[in-house]
Design a binder for this molecule. Structure first.
Ligand code: SF4
Length: 207
């Protein structure tokens, strides 16, 4: 029996019942920054205060994304471009929206936009999670991944190694286990990260 054809990228509906334990790719980025933020988010879903900084940051990001839809970064491989493509891989328990996905004849390229002048390590993990998601759902290898640094208008290539993808798989398992077992993870490695944190009041062992 031959394997069924994967659906074309443009028509990937999310199933009506997404696994309630599925994580978002942004959770993995956040987990690397502070594991507790992700834990609180899922353990206390009704509590999600928005700080002024978050609201302002999201509005600016939306405007930038609209601009990049019209004029994508230069220097990327040619292929069919999909903007803000939503993908869900139940087998990974992962869902995410990729800023830019390019499909060439035999591979995929993932691009994440960042309003920064330097790529942070946790953003590289986030890109690896997008790559894992894209190749799982679309059944094509991801050959390249880039972080696009918006203020510099520069693409930074990120090596999407097997080691990095294995780390993502492990992280997904660990996060879900912590939430299911109500095991509060350790706090952020640096207290400076707590200053603007919306969950500060939950960390009363620290303050
Ligand atoms: S206050 Fe600090 S340790 Fe607590 S969730 Fe926020 S960033 Fe993490």
């Amino acid at each position: 029996m031959t394997a069924p054809e994967p659906p074309p990228p443009e028509n990937l509906p999310l199933p009506p019942e997404v696994d309630p334990w599925a994580l978002e790719v942004s959770d993995l980025k956040q987990y690397a920054y502070c594991p507790r933020v992700v834990y609180y988010r899922y353990r206390f879903p009704d509590f999600r205060p928005e700080t002024y900084k978050m609201t302002r940051g999201e509005a600016a990001h939306d405007r930038t994304r609209q601009r990049l839809r019209r004029r994508p970064p230069r220097g990327l491989p040619p292929g069919k471009a999909y903007h803000e493509r939503l993908l869900y891989a139940p087998e990974l328990r992962l869902v995410g929206r990729i800023d830019l996905l390019i499909e060439t004849n035999d591979s995929l390229v993932v691009v994440d936009y960042k309003n920064a002048r330097k790529a942070r390590p946790n953003w590289k993990d986030q890109l690896a999670a997008y790559a894992l998601l894209a190749e799982t759902v679309l059944q094509k290898p991801v050959s390249e991944g880039y972080i696009y640094l918006i203020p510099l208008r520069r693409l930074e290539e990120v090596p999407l190694t097997g080691q990095r993808k294995a780390k993502i798989r492990k992280m997904i398992t660990q996060i879900i286990a912590e939430i299911q077992q109500e095991h509060q993870p350790p706090p952020a490695s640096r207290r400076s990260r707590c200053i603007d944190c919306e969950y500060r009041r939950f960390c009363n062992d620290l303050f």
